[in-house]
Design a protein around this ligand. Structure first.
Ligand code: FES
Ligand SMILES: [Fe+2]
Length: 443
């Protein structure tokens, strides 16, 4: 008789079509991630726009670690472990503004550069406390694309090296020029990787978001780029076409499909370029002849978005149609950042382990847009724990959330040894786990 499957066994190999269940459900694997992944990975802490003034800080929590990121100059940032060197109290939570850091236990203080400026009754240590002893401990920090990244490993390679080659595809989008449209967070009842992976493949659209098949041919291809991965609709019929899964196009005219697609996205997701895309799709219906080829229609559609962005004063990056095409639709930047990029907007996701619980994660969703300077909205982070609240999340995200708890519960079955990602459409999933195993493997 075969030995029963041990759900904590993380020794199984990752293949394009196989990922061990233990990666998602085992407490031991979560501990390995805490010990070997998070302390060595560059990870997005916040957007620079969240800490616009010198002295603004953001507290980035990851598993049971906490890091405070602070703006120290117009273009300068620092990061420190969020812990008082006296007796270990956390110094900050959330975000705020301060001229100096201050511990609420015994009143020690630090300037924004991390140097200690006050140890109450310091002479009582008899001179044995050095300035280094009482300074805040620094964490590596760099920026890219408008995000602020931290890395706890002092020996880590530079961020640009970490992000290569993904950044080469994404740099032409001028992501640093985008600003928040909205930001929403919640706790999802699943492992952080279950959540991320649900947003890094298009294979689930035909079931989870079946309504979308009326205006999109949903066949995707997934490509890996080192630790990172992306997917694209390069094998699909042109945008606005009815999916081949439900019989394919009823007409050669993709214009009504593009309008239906954009109106539905605006109504059910309202992220990224939604509003501009609806306006552009309406202009396509009015200004592009019905017999036009798909390439003519799509070129006009892209041109109308660009024209709208430029005329509004928001501007448009000097990106080529080839660069937009080559970047595909969706990127997963290892370990935990996902984006659906466009020249005028972006839909972003991030998942983090929720403390020590492998069955729960902190989930952030946000939309960025390109605004005319001075017209950026003031956006606050909103929370909802009602995952079925379509008024808050929109229909698309609620559909995705319906899967989360049932995936996590399902993977604990004795009848499930590992997941079987689609090697064509979900290669990003297995690539993610290969990269993860490189980190958590014995040194
Ligand atoms: S723990 Fe911070 S001053 Fe004592
Ligand atoms: Fe989805």
């Amino acid at each position: 008789m075969n030995a029963p499957f041990q759900p904590t066994d993380s020794s199984g190999p990752v293949r394009d079509d196989y990922v061990p269940a233990a990666d998602y459900i085992s407490r031991e694997f979560l501990q390995l991630e805490k010990a070997r992944l998070w302390p060595r990975a560059w990870q997005m802490a916040c957007r620079a726009e969240e800490i616009p003034a010198v002295g603004d800080y953001y507290t980035y929590d990851i598993a049971d670690e906490s890091i405070v990121v602070v703006r120290t100059g117009p273009e300068a940032f620092s990061a420190y472990y969020n812990v008082c060197p006296h007796r270990g109290r956390r110094l900050t939570s959330g975000c705020g503004h301060t001229a100096r850091f201050h511990c609420r236990f015994h009143g020690w203080q630090w300037s924004l550069d991390g140097a200690n400026t006050l140890v109450v009754d310091r002479e009582e240590w008899g001179g044995c406390l050095t300035d280094a002893d009482v300074a805040l401990k620094p964490v590596r920090i760099e920026t890219w694309g408008g995000w602020v990244y931290v890395n706890m490993d002092p020996e880590a390679a530079p961020l640009a090296e970490w992000l290569a080659p993904a950044k080469d595809f994404l740099d032409p989008f001028d992501l640093a020029g985008l600003r928040y449209q909205w930001r929403k967070s919640t706790i999802l009842p699943c492992n952080w990787k279950v959540a991320l992976e649900a947003f890094n493949e298009g294979y689930h659209v035909q079931t989870t978001h079946r309504q979308m098949l009326e205006y999109m041919d949903d066949v995707t291809v997934s490509h890996t780029h080192g630790r990172h991965a992306m997917f694209a609709y390069w094998e699909a019929l042109p945008m606005g076409s009815r999916s081949r899964r439900i019989g394919g196009p009823l007409t050669d005219d993709i214009r009504p499909g593009i309008l239906a697609y954009m109106e539905d996205m605006a109504a059910t997701l309202n992220a990224g370029s939604s509003v501009r895309a609806v306006h552009a799709a309406r202009r396509v219906m009015q200004e592009v002849a019905p017999g036009s080829s798909p390439i003519e229609v799509l070129t006009a559609f892209g041109g109308f978005i660009r024209e709208d962005a430029v005329n509004s004063g928001a501007g448009f990056p000097p990106i080529t149609p080839q660069e937009i095409y080559a970047a595909g639709i969706d990127w997963h930047l290892f370990p935990n950042q996902i984006m659906l990029q466009s020249p005028t907007g972006l839909l972003g996701y991030r998942a983090r382990p929720n403390g020590d619980d492998p069955d729960s994660c902190v989930w952030d969703v946000y939309s960025l847009q390109r605004y005319p300077p001075g017209q950026e909205p003031q956006v606050v982070q909103e929370w909802s724990h009602d995952l079925a609240d379509e008024a808050f999340w929109g229909r698309i995200l609620c559909q995705d959330y319906e899967n989360m708890a049932d995936i996590q519960r399902g993977m604990k079955s004795r009848g499930f040894a590992g997941s079987r990602p689609n090697p064509v459409q979900e290669r990003a999933v297995s690539n993610f786990h290969r990269a993860l195993h490189d980190f958590v493997a014995e040194d």
